[in-house]
Write a protein that binds this ligand. Structure first.
Ligand SMILES: O=C(O)CCC(=O)C(=O)O
Ligand SMILES: [Fe+2]
Length: 541
């Protein structure tokens, strides 16, 4: 695909992968249960041999030994039985032991086979999951008094509480603290080490001792304060609290005014990388950054156009589109109830097998990873499908947007993406052709032109997190199954609108599915008002 985004291949960020792991674990448990059942049977055989010996020897005289005296075998039947025990019966004990050893080896080998087929997680995956958890804690300001116990309150239009099946242990907290430290989350590292200490004193049989944890906390505090003193509280790859932990340092004049500093949104203009990240996180948490006048000027309306530049139709006459304006400049709207649950599920089902095979290895055999987009995606082309599901969807997009989307020169294939826990897409523009030198593009890319508009359908609800946010435009769109976001990436002149920079917030609870239709410029710009200057905008539908 020409316009392929980078994909990250890992376990925790694609839910379909985690679901695979869950069924893999169920299969392993079934194997282990069968193994244990057979093992118990074999241990019984071995035990019976031992207890038979003891029974006979304590009954005295008749057995293998007698009382306090030496070992005497006086009875010919006893002599026969002794020999039988050490031949026939011992053979069955040996058989049981050999079978057990084989079964053990076989079980280990079968799990090794899973590992070879790379369906089994490795330590790398666990590290990834730990970092994802710290990132979520950071983005959503998760409350540290409850998080170690596995409880947090969700972010989104409905904020409910979520509970894990088990709390984290002191050792888990220690592990998370180390990862936070490693990734430059110095503030979070301290919190996790403190949580580890607290857990350690609560746990009956402490999974990590205070003596083990304390040095980590001490050195984290030291590094934290050093970084804050010498480099400041925020940077691209580190962050600290606003004041040092050390009280003497904290009493310094420069830290006194910190509490007065308030966040000032900086919208509709270039933002530094740090500023963009700050806007991104706040919007992900659902904060409103725009002036009240802007927020209140937006309306919901019904749209029922019956003609477009492409078709004359009465498609929306009986059932108008429900349009919600999210921003007028840049122009971003949401169409509610654009697809039915039946349709969104069908698209997910078609994408699933293609997602599963998209896992690929890098040059040295490792899985290629990138922090840009932690999701998995698949491409679906209308004409590859046996029925009209996707063709009809594209036709509906055409009627809605009055753009060509079906013919190959106008629209890309559908890109379906699945994000799991912690899965995100960092801020980017959808238009890609920023390089003024045309020779860097393929002939086909030059022919199609850049991505004029994005039509993005949410194929699933997300229980918490996972919003689509526009840091410069100050917009947050909460995913809702069946609704669709639409915006223009380019001015009518074809020049990119950088205020459309956007990204997908990390999924906090649940799983997120979206599907994109990107519509390109060259096939249709003549059908739009050209405007008289570069920055003229399109405001339909
Ligand atoms: O996941 C989202 O909400 C945004 C996805 C996106 O921007 C993209 O796929 O280009
Ligand atoms: Fe995008």
């Amino acid at each position: 695909q020409n316009f392929m985004s980078q994909a990250r291949e890992d376990m925790f960020s694609a839910t379909s992968k985690l679901e695979d792991l869950l069924s893999l674990e169920a299969e392993i448990v079934r194997m282990v249960e069968r193994y244990l059942e057979a093992a118990n049977h074999r241990v019984d055989i071995i035990k019976r041999y031992v207890s038979e010996y003891h029974r006979l020897s304590t009954e005295g005289g008749t057995g293998g030994g007698s009382g306090s005296g030496g070992m005497v075998v006086a009875h010919p039947v006893d002599a026969y039985l002794l020999l039988k025990r050490l031949t026939v019966e011992w053979a069955s004990v040996e058989d049981a032991m050999t079978l057990h050893a084989n079964a053990t080896q076989e079980l280990v080998q079968r799990v090794a086979l899973f590992r070879e087929r790379s369906t089994f997680p490795v330590m790398e995956d666990l590290h990834g999951a730990a970092v994802a958890l710290v990132r979520l804690q950071d983005t959503y300001n998760l409350n540290m008094t409850t998080l170690p116990a596995g409880t947090f309150t969700g972010t989104g239009p409905t904020s409910s509480e979520f509970h894990s099946s088990k709390p984290l242990s002191a050792r888990d907290c220690l592990f998370l603290g180390k990862h936070a430290l490693n990734k430059g989350y110095y503030d979070k590292a301290i919190e996790w080490f403190e949580a580890a200490l607290e857990r350690a004193s609560d746990e009956e049989d402490a999974s990590a001792s205070r003596d083990e944890i304390e040095p980590f906390l001490k050195s984290a505090i030291k590094v934290h304060d050093d970084v804050l003193e010498t480099r400041g509280p925020r940077g691209l790859d580190w962050q600290t609290k606003w004041v040092p932990v050390d009280e003497e340092l904290a009493s310094k004049h420069k830290y006194r005014e910190v509490s007065n500093q308030r966040f000032q949104p900086k919208l509709y203009q270039q933002q530094s990388e740090e500023e963009e990240r700050e806007h991104f996180s706040r919007l992900c948490r659902g904060q409103r950054l725009r002036p009240v006048e802007v927020e209140t000027s937006l309306v919901c309306r019904l749209v029922a156009h019956t003609h477009g530049r492409l078709h004359n139709h009465g498609y929306f006459t009986l059932m108008p589109l429900l349009l919600e304006e999210m921003s007028l400049d840049p122009y971003i709207v949401v169409f509610h109830d654009f697809l039915t649950a039946h349709q969104t599920d069908a698209i997910i089902e078609r994408a699933k097998p293609k997602l599963a095979t998209s896992r690929h290895r890098g040059p040295d055999g490792d899985f290629i990873t990138s922090m840009i987009r932690t999701s998995k995606n698949a491409w679906l082309r209308e004409s590859d499908e046996a029925d009209d599901l996707l063709v009809n969807l594209t036709k509906k997009i055409e009627m809605t947007t009055r753009l060509h989307a079906l013919r190959l020169s106008a629209g890309e294939d559908y890109q379906v993406a699945n994000y799991g826990i912690g899965g995100l897409y960092v801020t980017h523009t959808d238009h890609l052709m920023m390089n003024p030198d045309p020779s860097v593009y393929t002939a086909w890319e030059r022919f199609m032109g850049d991505r004029f508009a994005t039509f993005m359908v949410y194929l699933s609800d997300v229980e918490a997190g996972g919003a689509t946010v526009f840091p410069r435009a100050g917009v947050t769109i909460w995913p809702k199954r069946g609704s669709a976001a639409f915006w223009w990436n380019l001015y009518s002149s074809g020049v990119g609108d950088e205020n459309t920079r956007h990204g997908g917030c990390p999924v906090l609870h649940g799983s997120k599915w979206i599907c994109n239709k990107w519509v390109h410029y060259n096939d249709q710009f003549l059908q739009h008002p050209c405007g008289r200057n570069t920055w003229d905008k399109l405001v339909v539908p």
